[in-house]
Design a protein around this ligand. Structure first.
Ligand code: FPP
Ligand code: MG
Length: 278
């Protein structure tokens, strides 16, 4: 049975002359661009986060709803990432850390993990060739238990880090085979070894010195962490570093993120009062 709503939609469609649709699309596009430009200008005048963390979530759900295989969701996700990075650099955001793969993600079906490794390898290779990376002088680093990745992915990561290590204007950290607890454990082990060998005194361990043993050594903590897909948790992302970060959760899947959604997140960050517990 056709519902009342569907019936009325059908009759409206019948009444609507064909030429209306293109005009409506054009008008919507124009309104969108106008709003995006206004939002962009207003955000540009405010205080920009220096470091943002991105939890790109919802690729598979997006793919499923579009009738696609999960890997296509990840591929669209990667294309979106390139767009978002461009927005960040245009806005003058200095550092971006993305959650590309968690240690838990490695427990997914073997075929998906293999496809994700291939995509990540393609990603790092594209990073190497991407003129925006060189134009904006972006230093690229991978954070995580890299020994859990394939040898060829590791070789590409080394190449990307090596080629960009001289850059200092912007930072792009890719958290891959990453877990916040694993990071803290790895740091603790290194510290314990340093203490045992006499290189570090027990009294010298404090928050500042501890941070130097994390994968993010030398980076400022993220000011803002954004997660898409409607999930409202960190899932182990930057556990230590996010102690005073602002969080922004979005109810849309990563591949469908629009610039206005991203700009709204920045605007919300600019409206928040950060007191760091003081
Ligand atoms: C989360 O969606 C996304 C991932 C686990 C993978 C994202 C990785 C990339 C886009 C590749 C990036 C590579 C580089 C080198 C930058 P999900 O699979 O958790 O989707 P769901 O929440 O709908 O299940
Ligand atoms: Mg997910």
């Amino acid at each position: 049975m056709v519902s009342k709503d569907r019936m009325s939609q059908t009759s409206v469609k019948k009444l609507k002359p064909k030429f209306i649709a293109p005009i409506q699309n054009w008008l919507e596009g124009w309104v969108y661009r106008y709003y995006e430009r206004r939002l962009n200008n207003s955000v540009k005048g405010g205080k920009m986060p220096r470091h943002i963390g991105l939890i790109l979530d919802g690729n598979r759900r997006w793919a499923r709803e579009a009738g696609l295989e999960p890997i296509h969701g990840h591929e669209f996700g990667f294309e979106k990432l390139k767009e978002v990075l461009k927005w960040c650099w245009e806005l003058g955001i200095d550092a971006v850390t993305i959650y590309a793969l968690s240690t838990e993600n490695l427990e997914r079906p073997k075929e998906e993990v293999r496809q994700l490794f291939n995509l990540a390898e393609k990603g790092f290779r594209e990073i190497l060739e991407n003129e925006e990376i060189h134009k904006n002088q972006v230093r690229v680093r991978a954070l995580g238990r890299l020994d859990l990745l394939s040898e060829s992915l590791n070789a590409t990561i080394r190449e990307a880090s090596e080629r960009t290590k001289g850059y200092s204007k912007k930072k792009l950290n890719v958290a891959i085979a990453y877990g916040g607890r694993a990071e803290i454990i790895d740091a603790t082990r290194t510290i314990a070894r340093a203490v045992a060998s006499g290189k570090l005194k027990l009294e010298e361990i404090d928050e500042k010195s501890f941070s130097r043993f994390l994968y993010t050594e030398g980076d400022e903590d993220p000011d803002l962490i954004i997660r898409t897909s409607g999930e409202e948790r960190l899932s182990g992302f930057l556990l230590w570093q996010s102690a005073y970060s602002e969080f922004y959760f979005m109810d849309i899947y990563w591949p469908e993120l629009r610039k206005i959604d991203f700009l709204r997140a920045i605007r919300t960050f600019q409206q928040r009062q950060r007191r760091f517990g003081r």
